[in-house]
Design a protein around this ligand. Structure first.
Ligand SMILES: NC(=O)c1ccc[n+]([C@@H]2O[C@H](COP(=O)([O-])OP(=O)(O)OC[C@H]3O[C@@H](n4cnc5c(N)ncnc54)[C@H](O)[C@@H]3O)[C@@H](O)[C@H]2O)c1
Length: 281
């Protein structure tokens, strides 16, 4: 049976870890040739080797998404290798937490914005022309639940992810008006158990300590489902938006958050967490 993105060419930023890694694996499993890009030169090639061992096609390109020069080279390289580009998943991102916005340095604000927002702008600027030359395509921008709702200690992060949300809608409207066949959507994960939580500089946010945040602990309290999400549960949503199954969907927000955005649910004592299916692979 043909995969859901059989024969398509995909570029995934921040593809070496967490959500990006799961997206690369799933797109490759479903038949896409995947350009995995990341600043992480160790994990990226390891992932490509894993995908190839499983019978998929992938290539690693080292990339800092904040560099416009590198974007030009990366897109040229993808076209040289695979002839075109059908799917862009602009996923690379970081989170910086501070107890109060008054304590955020301008340097940190700019670093976070450069990766989370400038990087997304550059990805669309340089990938869209190639997609327009082809048969159209799908752009998936990784926002966050923090792009829909305020999150204490994460005002800077919320600003970037809220920006990504409306950027996606505006580009979706541009593409619709051009009739170029390119669809643009944003994805809004809730609390997902990935390495990002161990990397968030918190400046002592929350408990006055700078310990890494445990996503499982946080999700147990904060999500109606009573557990953190798995990267593959986000990848499944990205696959839907990347594939022709979502051919009439553009400018949409896909929220994957165990119910957090819908409201608050006081879990009954002893209620089990919602089960997670085995995705295989
Ligand atoms: N994990 C969550 O709970 C969660 C929730 C909502 C949104 N998100 C978003 O999902 C995306 C992926 O996050 P994740 O949880 O998989 O985190 P992660 O830290 O596991 O992966 C992020 C990847 O981005 C890469 N990266 C960082 N800076 C980069 C740069 N300048 N250029 C290129 N690559 C760079 C990292 O090397 C890493 O491989 C991010 O945009 C994040 O904001 C995550």
């Amino acid at each position: 049976m043909a995969g859901q993105v059989q024969g398509k060419v995909a570029l995934v930023t921040g593809g070496a870890s967490g959500i990006g890694e799961a997206v690369c694996e799933l797109l490759a499993r479903e038949g896409a040739s995947v350009a995995v890009t990341d600043i992480d030169e160790l994990r990226g090639p390891e992932l490509v080797a894993k995908i190839k061992k499983a019978g998929g096609e992938a290539t690693f390109l080292q990339q800092d998404v904040t560099s416009e020069e590198r974007w030009i080279e990366v897109v040229e390289e993808v076209v040289r290798r695979y002839g075109r580009l059908d799917i862009l998943v602009s996923n690379a991102g970081i989170g910086i937490g501070v107890p109060s916005i008054t304590q955020m340095t301008l340097e940190d604000w700019r670093r976070q914005t450069a990766i989370n927002l400038d990087g997304v702008f550059l990805s669309v600027k340089h990938c869209l022309p190639v997609m327009r030359k082809g048969r159209g395509g799908s752009i998936v921008l990784m926002s966050s639940l923090a792009g829909l709702r305020g999150a204490q200690s994460l005002a800077g992060y919320c600003a970037t992810k809220g920006g990504v949300r409306l950027f996606a809608k505006a580009i979706a409207m541009e593409c619709a008006s051009f009739g170029d066949g390119v669809r643009v959507n944003s994805v809004h994960p809730g609390i997902i158990d990935t390495p990002i939580w161990g990397k968030i500089p918190t400046g002592g946010m929350g408990g006055g300590q700078n310990a890494p945040i445990d996503p499982e602990e946080r999700a147990k309290l904060a999500t109606p489902f009573g557990r953190a999400g798995h990267a593959m549960e986000i990848a499944q949503g990205v696959l839907y938006l990347a594939s022709d199954a979502s051919s009439y969907v553009t400018g949409m927000e896909l929220v994957i958050d165990g119910g957090m955005n819908a409201g608050g649910a006081l879990r009954m004592p002893g209620a089990p967490a919602f089960p997670m299916p085995a995705f295989g692979g």
